[in-house]
Write a protein that binds this ligand. Structure first.
Ligand code: GRF
Length: 200
């Protein structure tokens, strides 16, 4: 399956997915890395791995989401993706865009959904006094950060954790979770899986 990865920033999840797809036995191959920001660090990482990149800047469209998404779809059509992975992509997509890619789009979110949809998830988990936190890969449907869960990874919240320490612990698990979730999704597996061991 041809995979397009959408990013907005450093692209550490994108890199984990690209590294995993370097395995010749992987059911997927990278077709495109697309960012809404020309300064996204992930673009250079993708180019260094020989993956085609594109930038579709959302700012000229001044909140006209559909105009921005028409440009997104043009860039995507050229790459002919079978699957789309949102990886640190920070734009909200309209239900129409999502419907146009129904059943083909995944996202990683840094919480154990349905807990803490939205932003600042690590600070909120600490604030709530959670003993565990983690990340979720889910299918993208109309509702932001919700949709059928494909996999989750759990980490402990440790005494003295601040949001940065917890975010770093979760991010290491994201890089394990997303590649496994993509492999399973690509071969039609839909039952959710859990990563419970958190290596040092
Ligand atoms: C990560 O916390 C991820 O969960 C969220 O965006 C952050 C940065 O991801 N989706 P990346 O390093 O750009 O992949």
């Amino acid at each position: 399956a041809r995979v397009a990865i959408l990013i907005s920033g450093g692209g550490s999840n994108m890199s984990a997915l690209l590294d995993d797809m370097a395995d010749p036995d992987h059911p997927c191959e990278p077709a495109l890395v697309l960012s809404n920001r020309a300064d996204a660090g992930g673009l250079a990482k993708a180019a260094a791995r020989g993956v085609a990149t594109a930038v579709v800047d959302h700012r000229p469209h001044k909140g006209d989401r559909h105009a921005f998404e028409a440009e997104l779809n043009e860039a995507l059509a050229a790459a002919r993706p079978d699957l789309i992975c949102l990886a640190g992509f920070m734009r909200v997509l309209t239900p129409e865009f999502v419907a146009g890619h129904a059943g083909k789009m995944l996202n990683i979110h840094p919480s154990l959904l349905p807990l803490f949809p939205g932003l600042h998830t690590h600070a909120r988990a600490i604030e709530a006094g959670c003993a565990v936190h983690g990340c979720t890969v889910h299918e993208v449907t109309g509702e932001l950060d919700l949709g059928p869960i494909l996999g989750q990874a759990v980490v402990p919240v440790l005494p003295g954790d601040d949001a940065d320490a917890l975010a770093a612990r979760v991010l290491r698990q994201e890089h394990r979770l997303y590649p496994q979730a993509l492999r399973r999704f690509a071969v039609g597996k839909r039952e959710p899986f859990a990563i419970l061991d958190q290596p040092a």
